[in-house]
Ligand binder design. Structure first.
Ligand code: HEC
Length: 133
C-alpha cells in the first residue's frame, strides 16, 4: 500500500505545480489585453483605443495596488480609482515612473519594469485624454 501511495502523492504534487504555472500564465495574458493578436506567441501588442476599466485598471491593480491601493498609499499616493490615477497621469508622474525616466522614482518600486506592452497600453490611454471609459 505504501509503495503505491508515495508515487501517487508525488504525481498529485507535480500536477498542482503545473496548474499553478498555467494559471499564472493565463493571468499574464489577461492583464496585457490585446497582446498576441496574431496568435503566434505574443510578439505583437495591440494598443489601439485602450480604455481605463478594461485595459489600464487591471495592470495598475496587479502591479501597483500592493503599495498604492486597497488602503495603502505609499509616498502618500493612491492609484485605486480613476480620479486618483488621472491625477498622476496628468502631472506626468505615471508615465515618468513606469518608464523609469530620470527624475522619477522607478515603479513598481523594487520590482521589474512593466512590459513594453503594458507601458504602451497605459501610454495610449493617456494619449487619448485619460478618459474614464
Ligand atoms: C513595493 C511598493 C510599491 C509598488 C509595488 C509601487 N510603488 Fe509607486 N511608490 C512607492 C513608494 C514608497 C513611493 C514614494 C517614495 C518615492 O518616491 O521613492 C512611490 C511613489 C510613486 C509615485 C510618485 C512618484 C514621484 O516621483 O512623485 C508614483 C506616480 C507611483 N509610485 C506610481 C506607481 C505605479 C504606477 C506603480 C505600479 C506600476 C507603483 N507605483 C508600484 C512604492 C511602490
Amino acid at each position: 500500500m505504501r509503495k503505491v501511495l508515495l508515487p501517487m502523492g508525488a504525481i498529485i504534487i507535480v500536477c498542482n505545480l503545473m496548474m499553478m504555472v498555467s494559471c499564472s500564465k493565463s493571468n499574464e495574458t489577461d492583464l496585457a489585453k490585446g497582446t498576441d493578436t496574431t496568435g503566434t506567441g505574443g510578439t505583437t501588442c495591440d494598443t489601439v483605443n485602450m480604455k481605463y476599466a478594461a485595459n489600464v485598471q487591471p495592470i495598475i491593480s496587479n502591479y501597483c495596488y500592493g503599495c498604492h491601493g486597497n488602503g495603502s498609499a505609499a509616498g502618500g499616493i493612491s492609484l485605486d480609482s480613476y480620479a486618483k490615477l488621472k491625477t498622476q497621469a496628468d502631472n506626468g508622474n505615471l508615465l515618468g515612473t513606469i518608464t523609469h525616466a530620470s527624475g522619477f522614482a522607478a515603479m513598481p518600486l523594487g520590482g521589474s519594469k512593466l512590459s513594453d506592452c503594458n507601458i504602451n497600453i497605459i501610454r495610449d490611454w493617456i494619449n487619448r485624454g485619460t478618459q474614464n471609459n
